[in-house]
Ligand binder design. Structure first.
Ligand SMILES: Cc1cc2nc3c(=O)[nH]c(=O)nc-3n(C[C@H](O)[C@H](O)[C@H](O)COP(=O)(O)OP(=O)(O)OC[C@H]3O[C@@H](n4cnc5c(N)ncnc54)[C@H](O)[C@@H]3O)c2cc1C
Length: 447
């Protein structure tokens, strides 16, 4: 065999485990058809947060007008984009170097299965004892007349000039985060959704608050609308049409209607690996129905969030398994997730909507930060935290927050939930003061 373990894809679902695996002496190969490091490093999380962070600073500055700050800095999208390029362009070569430095053989090109132990890249065959499919997702593209004029998340993250009018199709986290960014940079933004809910995985009450806030900032939401066609106009715009004589003329359409797996391009029929619409089903060891073929990251069919930290966790789990250090089934810890709107919504553990629907099982403590002096340093109003306790065990099992600091709060509460602390243990930690984590702890009920 050429390799002991051969990975297809080089994203978070690969390198987090492949690097320590190769360093332990195992013969590892990685095949990548695009940029090393995958979506998160090159056209996802990292690029997005580079564009978002300065806009958050502007927002914070706006909240402090007349409270010590005079003047809101102007956003220069072109400069911001240049800053993003400077940080992101090297990620591809860094991603490759990280693998090569660990002793991994890198292979550039599109991989397809030949048999359960053989993968072909540009006609060259590579054999391996174990193969890990870590091929992730790609943007779903609407199949309607004129859709070739639409753009996807990758295009948006390299958008040279912010258009005057942007139409965003979809209500998931990519759609709403990018609506927040485009609005902050000065575009008139319309968000068109098939149903009437956005950000379905987050608490309905907090989402309603974010939506109301975006509306106040000028974002228009057009629910229950499926665009049927797009046609270029004479002056370089796009005319969108839909049912009930809907029409809208816009400068730019971002198709953010979801993400679909890349497994359809792997010739999986040749090996009989089963697939479903959202990915490849695996057992508790991340194995497919073919024993030596595993899946890691977004390529897995799973109900837990398809995010970088879950992909990294799976990658490290598999590496430990291949090193012979872990023969146990994968056991996911509490998983936190966030939407980088302004303010953010973050959550971990049992979801707020589920807790509200099951009052016999869960006890909810809701806290507002409106009277909190520390949050008001930045003149932040409307921030809220919900804590969810299991009525039987008295343990903290979930939390959700809407605020500009939600990531710090939820990260601070994560160990409480993961290590199953009960109410009386929650206050047995002395945090730095002043800090968000200290402020959060003051919101926890005393027994
Ligand atoms: C716009 C955007 C913003 C995001 N923001 C966040 C965030 O803030 N936080 C967060 O946690 N997550 C975020 N995500 C999700 C995160 O990027 C993914 O969960 C993560 O990248 C999954 O890693 P992966 O390794 O499973 O897949 P990927 O990163 O998709 O990597 C798969 C790799 O496989 C390669 N590949 C596919 N098919 C083949 C083939 N046949 N042969 C060879 N190579 C192949 C691809 O080129 C790709 O490089 C975001 C995603 C997007 C699109």
């Amino acid at each position: 065999m050429d390799f002991s373990v051969l990975y297809i894809g080089s994203g978070q679902a690969t390198w987090n485990g492949a690097v320590p695996l190769a360093k332990s002496g195992v013969k590892v190969g990685v095949i990548e058809e695009s940029q090393y490091g995958g979506v998160c490093s090159n056209k996802g999380c990292n690029a997005k947060i580079i564009l978002d962070k300065p806009l958050e600073l502007v927002d914070a500055t706006r909240r402090l007008q007349g409270r010590g700050l005079d003047g809101v800095p102007a956003v220069n999208w072109e400069d911001l984009m240049a800053h993003k390029h400077e940080l992101i362009v090297p990620q591809d070569s860094h991603g490759k170097e990280r693998l090569v430095d660990a002793g991994i053989t890198t292979i550039n090109g599109h991989a397809e299965f030949v048999d359960a132990h053989t993968v072909s890249v540009d006609g060259q065959h590579y054999t391996a004892d174990q193969i890990v499919i870590a091929t992730g997702l790609r943007p779903h593209r609407l199949n309607i007349p004129g859709a070739e004029h639409f753009h996807d998340s990758t295009d948006f993250l390299s958008l040279a000039h912010m258009p005057k009018h942007m139409t965003i199709l979809g209500g998931g986290f990519v759609a709403i985060e990018f609506a927040t960014i485009a609005n902050a940079v000065g575009a008139q933004v319309d968000v068109i959704t098939r149903g009437n809910r956005i950000l379905k995985q987050f608490p309905a009450e907090y989402v309603a608050q974010v939506k109301a806030d975006l509306k106040n900032r000028g974002v228009r939401f057009i629910p229950d609308m499926s665009i049927e066609a797009a046609e270029p106009t004479e002056d370089g715009q796009l005319a969108l049409t839909g049912p009930r004589e809907f029409s809208l003329t816009t400068d730019y359409v971002l198709d953010a209607t979801g993400r679909i797996p890349n497994h359809d391009q792997l010739n999986l029929d040749a090996v009989g690996v089963k697939t479903v619409a959202d990915g490849i089903p695996v057992n508790d060891y991340l194995q497919t129905n073919v024993e030596n073929i595993y899946v890691s990251g977004d390529a897995i069919s799973k109900t837990i969030p398809k995010l970088t930290p879950t992909a990294a966790f799976e990658s490290r789990y598999l590496a430990a398994r291949f090193m012979g250090k872990n023969d146990q089934p994968i056991k996911y810890p509490a998983i936190s997730e966030i939407v980088f709107t302004s303010p953010r919504i973050a959550q971990v553990g049992v979801k707020l909507d589920e807790a509200k629907a099951n009052p016999d099982k869960y006890d909810i403590t809701e806290a507002s930060y409106d009277g909190d002096w520390y949050r008001q340093i930045e003149n932040e109003n409307g921030a809220k935290l919900s804590l969810i306790f299991d009525r039987t065990s008295d343990q903290l099992v979930g939390a959700a927050e809407i605020s500009h600091e939600a990531e710090s709060t939820i990260n601070g509460l994560l160990p409480y939930i993961q290590f199953k602390l009960n109410r009386s243990q929650l206050n047995d930690l002395i945090y730095l003061f002043p800090s968000i984590e200290y402020t959060t702890q003051r919101r926890l009920p005393l027994v």
